[in-house]
Design a protein around this ligand. Structure first.
Ligand SMILES: [Zn+2]
Length: 296
């Protein structure tokens, strides 16, 4: 290639590089803000699960479980919104917004983000009870599908094949892992079913007339029906010691778990954060002007 040809090639490459950079430049702040929002949302959900663990509230705790999940989603959404706002401020002023973390934080932003986040989480298929940690003696936070347990001790071969499929798709119903061997976990656990039968025999339900009356009132009198849920070996080991010692043991589960029917709720945080996006070319967006206006 002649010297002139080489020079032309270099010029053409430089020009192509410049055009490529110009094309992607507007996308960078957008991706950065979405990434920061997503990280804050995930962090908020993890913090909510840790709070549930500290307060001994699990996904199976009546009332407090779903309410804890709802508050957790609200908190994570508000955090996502604030992270997005801070990121935007940084991109506009190039000053570290974390030096004055409370500057410009508005109660209405927190509230609107929390309410919108809760609504989006629900619409996008999230379950509030699944935010809290799993209780090993109850059906776990990740649980989706289960099988009727016909044999008291072990799953049949056909059930095992089906459980392995659930395990690969949804993970362990307590912690969400898909690693290792699958166990068919009886829910409710065998020990509790045996205890129930022993109590029922001693109670008024041993009387046939009382049993008839109870069944007329739709009160369950028979043995509770057990189901198999896919479980990992680590949760199984922790569970057997917990049940043997009658202890309530909670375990953490994966925060953003890919499984089941819908996982679009994972992106609720990023979508919510983008509510505060404004391209740097129009650096005085309406919401930025509002917040600046009030601060001054
Ligand atoms: Zn597990």
């Amino acid at each position: 290639m002649s010297r002139k040809g080489e020079h032309e090639l270099i010029v053409a490459c430089r020009e192509a590089g410049r055009q490529l950079a110009a094309t992607f430049q507007p996308v960078v702040p957008f991706l950065l803000q979405a990434g920061v929002s997503m990280a804050a949302y995930t962090g908020g959900l993890a913090a909510a699960q840790a709070a549930g663990m500290a307060l001994r509230v699990s996904c199976a705790t009546p009332i407090a479980g779903p309410i804890g999940g709802l508050l957790g989603v609200g908190l994570a959404s508000a955090a996502s919104g604030q992270a997005s706002i801070k990121c935007r401020q940084y991109l506009q002023d190039k000053q570290n917004p974390l030096l004055q973390p409370w500057k410009g934080v508005r109660a209405e932003d927190l509230l609107v983000d929390a309410v919108l986040g809760i609504a989006m989480f629900k619409v996008m298929g999230g379950r509030f009870r699944s935010v809290m940690p799993s209780d090993l003696s109850k059906v776990g936070a990740i649980a989706r599908e289960s099988l009727p347990a016909t044999h008291a001790e072990y799953a049949t071969d056909a059930s095992r094949v089906e459980l392995a499929r659930y395990f690969r798709r949804d993970g362990c119903h307590h912690c969400g892992t898909r690693r290792g061997k699958v166990i068919g976990d009886h829910m409710p656990p065998n020990k509790y079913v045996k205890q129930y039968i022993a109590t029922a025999k001693r109670s008024l339900l041993s009387n046939p007339y009382m049993r008839q009356m109870a069944s007329a009132l739709n009160i369950q009198t028979g043995t509770p029906r057990q189901r198999y849920y896919p479980q990992c070996t680590s949760c199984m080991q922790k569970q057997s010691s917990a049940i043997r010692n009658d202890k309530k043991v909670l375990v953490f589960h994966q925060v953003l778990h890919h499984g089941g029917r819908s996982q679009s709720w994972h992106y609720a945080g990023a979508l919510l954060g983008m509510r505060h996006y404004s391209s740097t070319s129009s650096s005085g967006s309406s919401s930025a002007k509002d917040s600046n206006g009030r601060r001054r």
